[in-house]
Ligand binder design. Structure first.
Ligand code: EPZ
Length: 427
């Protein structure tokens, strides 16, 4: 069984450069389907989710040249299939991001229904409702969703019930090839969506309003391949900022490769908690916090506090001098991490979608299980400050979205190692 073993108590110093954003790269890769030819993506994170998306595209007939570890040259000119197969969608829900581009390119798509995952039963009803407004008809059969725009995609006005990131992206990637104008109201505003719209516009699309609640798309007849650099990963950056807040030495810890504007609410909450940061070239320096002030947090769509930073900030709240409440408004089941952190000594009570936290002096190292990508990373953060050794298992979750996570922490002075240990369930 693969684990990450952390020895607590070591101060961190130096600088860490974050990779390109997982939650942009995956959609940019899907969007290459809209532009037959060779699209070059740079600053692509070398993580397992990117490898899975690569498999999805290759299964459709694309070729992918890994020019260097972080540069992909994706040629979709020979793509002749519009199916995202079950075994790949089951592995990664984000594979559903090919639905919009396939409809934009071929007018049809066959997508395995995404299973519920460990973040609750994540549905795609809003994707479907929005695409139906663009003239797509849907059928389901034997676990697959069949989407068909028999009479072509027609621009329309769509109001999303909730500012869903995935639904906004799929709608934009279909609307760029629809006839006429599409207006998406209550659109998600995440920086990764701005990154996607920026690349699509370079390809010849005509999108305005990305990053605001109203996105307008004038459909065009064709898109051409381009070169595009993936935006820096704000969530990876936030994760390392929390590591520095917990354990930085005198000089603080520098986190670069991202735009601090993409972490506005996170930085505001960290400041309220007593954590000091300052702007540096291409990022931020963070200092160790002596006494953490308790602060209540609600996760909300951007520019609200990101749900992908909920577990990481819970580590800070669990060590604060007082009581805090963290409310998870985005996912119905994203507190599994709290029960693992409690095994390290945190005092957290879950009531519906609220985590009621009473700060403790410190954690004690323990064997814990990574519940999902961000929870796993947050357990390693907790291990950095815990007394003794923490062993985090199910670390495949972490490798889905964090490139060289152990190496980056080690380069800052953490005593962290990936190890293989006998699986306790082996008899
Ligand atoms: C994206 O997921 C991210 N994933 C998630 O990051 C992130 O947490 C989420 O956006 C919110 O910011 C990728 O970009 C690959 P949503 P997505 O559509 O698009 C419900 C990480 O750790 N919903 O905004 O799936 C859904 O069930 C991951 O990097 C519907 O009910 O998020 C969820 O509860 C985790 N029907 C909520 O909305 C729909 O049609 C948020 O979903 C669509 C969504």
């Amino acid at each position: 069984m693969d684990i990450i073993r952390v020895e607590g108590g070591h101060t961190l110093e130096g600088s860490v450069h974050v990779s390109g954003a997982k939650n942009s790269a995956l959609k940019l890769m899907a969007a290459t389907l809209l532009a037959p030819g060779k699209t070059t993506l740079t600053n692509v994170p070398n993580i397992s989710d990117v490898h899975v998306m690569g498999k999805v595209l290759k299964r459709m007939g694309a070729t992918i040249e890994v020019a260097d570890e972080h540069t992909l040259v994706i040629d979709t000119s020979q793509v002749d299939s519009w199916e995202a197969p079950y075994e790949l969608v089951a592995k990664m829900r984000a594979s559903t991001a090919v639905m919009g581009p396939l409809l934009g390119r071929f007018g049809k798509a066959k997508i395995a229904m995404p299973g519920g995952c460990n973040l609750g039963a994540r549905k795609i009803d809003m994707h479907i409702l929005g695409l139906e407004a663009l003239g797509v008809s849907f059928d389901t059969d034997h676990g697959y969703i069949y989407a068909d725009a028999a009479d072509g995609l027609v621009g329309s006005s769509v109001t999303l019930e909730f500012a869903s990131v995935g639904a906004t992206e799929n709608l934009i990637m279909a609307a760029v090839r629809a006839k006429g104008e599409t207006v998406i109201d209550n659109a998600a505003r995440e920086p990764e969506i701005v990154d996607l719209a920026t690349m699509l516009n370079k390809m010849g699309a005509r999108i305005t309003g990305a990053g605001t609640p109203v996105v307008t798309i004038q459909g065009v007849d064709e898109l051409h391949p381009v070169e595009h650099r993936v935006v820096g990963d704000r969530i990876e950056a936030g994760t390392f900022l929390v590591a520095g807040a917990l354990m930085a030495g005198e000089a603080g810890v520098e986190v670069t490769g991202f735009n601090p504007m993409h972490l506005g609410m996170v930085l505001r909450k960290m400041e309220q908690m007593g954590i000091k940061t300052e702007r540096i070239e291409d990022g931020l320096r963070v200092h160790r916090v002596e006494r953490i002030e308790p602060v209540d947090i609600q996760t909300l769509p951007f520019p609200g506090f990101p749900t992908d930073m909920q577990a990481q900030v819970m580590v800070l709240s669990a060590l604060a001098d007082g009581g805090s409440i963290i409310t998870e408004n985005i996912f119905e089941n994203r507190f599994m991490f709290a029960s693992e952190l409690s095994r390290m000594g945190a005092h957290i009570r879950i009531e519906d979608h609220h985590a009621i936290i009473r700060g403790v002096e410190g954690f004690s190292g323990a064997q814990v299980v990574s519940p999902d990508l961000r929870g796993g990373a947050a357990l390693v953060l907790a291990g950095l400050t815990a007394e003794g050794v923490t062993e985090v298992s199910a670390i495949h979750h972490i490798y889905r979205g964090y490139e060289r996570f152990v190496e980056k922490l080690t380069s800052l002075g953490a005593v962290v190692e990936a190890a293989s240990v006998p699986d306790p369930s082996d008899d």
